[in-house]
Design a protein around this ligand. Structure first.
Ligand code: ADP
Length: 192
């Protein structure tokens, strides 16, 4: 069995979630979003949800130990045996090392970097705020999430470049246009 382990990375508002489901479908793997897992728990009022709600609404990162544990559990589920597409994890160097420890051999086969400039993504998120009303989509929190990305997540780009697994794609354009760009770049990288 070919196992395909992927990650999509990029600033908040770049459109990772939308593209994640398309990539996951194309490779027949589950899309696993830590943000979605947290939001589902907040909505369901679970103990985990109660622990993370204030952190997420402030645009801070949930503590690594908690996040790592949740991902480890999720990756052990049967549907992830043939691989996965991670969205929103790993988000800092610590989490990269944790993921490396969860998997034998290479943790990731390819990392898709969805590029979009800050003004564009902030504008997109403000628009989404009107439609979806996500609690962490206020202007102040959006700006803070961008800062957290720049400080903690953006350094991973260099790390994945050094590992030779980074694929950069321009995230500006229509959904299908961007999806096509990703499909082409990713299959060139993976050879499948
Ligand atoms: P976005 O990329 O648009 O900010 P996400 O859905 O990926 O949205 O994440 C929303 C929030 O969930 C983050 O701001 C953070 O509080 C929390 N979160 C998601 N993934 C992680 C992670 N890997 N580590 C810590 N916190 C996380």
């Amino acid at each position: 069995m070919t196992v395909t382990r992927l990650l999509i990375i990029g600033p908040p508002g770049a459109g990772k979630g939308t593209q994640a489901s398309k990539i996951a479908e194309a490779y027949g793997v589950p899309a696993i979003s830590t943000g979605d897992i947290f939001r589902a728990n907040i909505k369901g009022g679970t103990e985990l949800g109660q622990r993370v709600q204030a952190i997420i609404e402030a645009g801070e990162l949930v503590p690594d130990t908690l996040t790592n544990e949740i991902v480890q559990d999720r990756l052990q589920q049967e549907d992830a045996a043939g691989g996965f597409l991670l969205d929103g994890y790993p988000r800092n160097v610590e989490q990269v090392h944790a993921l490396d420890g969860m998997i034998e051999g290479d943790a990731l086969d390819a990392v898709v970097l969805l590029e979009a400039d800050t003004d564009e993504v902030v504008a997109r998120l403000l628009k989404r705020a009107e439609i979806e009303g996500r609690a962490d989509d206020t202007e102040e929190v959006i700006r803070h999430r961008q800062d957290v990305y720049a400080e903690q997540t953006a350094p991973l780009i260099e790390l994945f470049t050094e590992r030779g697994i980074l694929v950069s794609v321009d995230g500006l354009g229509g959904i299908d246009e961007v999806a096509e760009r990703i499909a082409v770049a990713l299959s060139a990288k993976l050879g499948r």
